[in-house]
Write a new protein. Sequence first.
Length: 77
Amino acid sequence: MFFTISQSNVDYDLMVAIKDFLNNISGDYPLYEQVSNNVVYLGSFSAPRFTHGIVRFTISQVGYIRNVFIPFFEGLV
C-alpha cells in the first residue's frame, strides 16, 4: 500500500513544504512507532507531456498511512 501525489515541477517548493510537514506530524500520533524521520519521499523526473517535469511525493509505510496520515485528515472534518 502506498499513497502518492504528482504535480508539475513548477510546484516543487510547495511539494517540499508538504513533504516536510507530513514528516513532522507523526509525533502527534502515539499509535505510530516511527521507523525513521523520513516516511514521505520526494522525487523529480521528466515526462514528455510536461514541459517542466514532474515532482512526486510518496508515502509507502503502511503504519504511517493508517495511524498518522488518515487520522490527520479525519481530524479536519
